[in-house]
Design a protein around this ligand. Structure first.
Ligand SMILES: Nc1nc2c(ncn2[C@@H]2O[C@H](COP(=O)(O)OP(=O)(O)OP(=O)(O)O)[C@@H](O)[C@H]2O)c(=O)[nH]1
Ligand SMILES: [Mg+2]
Length: 254
């Protein structure tokens, strides 16, 4: 069904910004932006590019000239995935978006799951595009990735007492109030373990968290940016948060 034909629902009363961090995603970024915009008239996209040498930023700039719903936040160099997400949140909070979706650029996060996540955010504050609930999963993943992902989730759930089944993925939808209520300056993780740290804040504040199943497909175009250092980053983040005093109460203003 196209966005035009779809009857308006409660989900359409808020504008949504889909934040996509990129580093060398030239082949993916144009089809992805188009697929995202197809998810509804109130959906816009912000690409946070870290000076990709392959010219990803220039592609987005050109797309934005023809389509006002496509935006580019161009940063000078590779500053890390966590800070790219935060930059996207801040960009949205400075404008009138009611919710923020975050996702990878390589089509591992299926764009057609954005709509069900937005619908679920009517009743929930945070919605996770989840590989580990019934109906979800991953396809074409090497055994090493399956093992590492399962282990990271197991550790995050056990050590940080997080309830969601998928605590490590970047495919998420936040209501504006959630992001407004987190002291983004205090988030320490710069890399992939940023995801666990964000969820730790959300769950500690008592926000309602829901999971929508997704089938995670291994990237087909472009190359992976994950490094061995991210594994160490994940372990140190979990240890740091385990020994951080709660102090995550929901602010009275939201
Ligand atoms: N802005 C920005 N984006 C990044 C950075 N590192 C990775 N990304 C983007 O973050 C998303 C996730 O990176 P991937 O390389 O796909 O990581 P992954 O999904 O764990 O690894 P694969 O399964 O191999 O694809 C992609 O959209 C990347 O382009 C960074 O330092 N800055
Ligand atoms: Mg990927």
């Amino acid at each position: 069904m196209t966005a035009k034909a779809r009857a308006p629902s409660a989900a359409d009363t808020l504008k949504t910004l889909v934040v996509v961090p990129t580093y060398n995603e030239r082949e993916n970024v144009e089809p992805l932006c188009r697929a995202i915009l197809g998810q509804g008239r109130g959906v816009e996209v912000l690409v946070v590019d870290d000076g990709s040498p392959d010219g990803t930023g220039r592609v987005v700039e050109r797309l934005g000239e023809a389509e006002p719903r496509i935006h580019l936040l161009q940063r000078g160099g590779k500053l890390g995935l966590g800070t790219a997400h935060i930059a996207g949140y801040r960009w949205a909070l400075a404008r009138d978006y009611g919710r923020v979706v975050t996702m990878d650029a390589d089509f591992s996060h299926p764009p057609d799951r954005i709509r069900p996540m937005i619908e679920a955010s009517v009743e929930s504050d945070v919605v996770i595009g989840s590989r580990y609930v019934e109906g979800g999963g991953h396809k074409d993943w090497p055994a090493r990735r399956v093992f590492l992902s399962s282990l990271s989730n197991l550790v995050a759930r056990a050590a940080l007492r997080l309830e969601p089944a998928d605590c490590t993925g970047a495919f998420r939808c936040f209501r504006r109030e959630v992001l407004k209520g987190i002291a983004l300056d205090n988030i320490v993780s710069r890399g992939y373990s940023f995801q666990e740290e964000m969820l730790w804040h959300c769950s500690g504040r008592g926000w309602r968290i829901a999971e929508v199943p997704i089938l995670f497909v291994d990237r087909r175009r472009g190359s992976s940016k994950i490094s061995f250092g991210e594994i160490w980053g994940g372990i140190s983040t979990v240890f740091r948060l385990m020994f951080t005093p709660a102090g995550r109460k929901k602010p009275a203003t939201v």
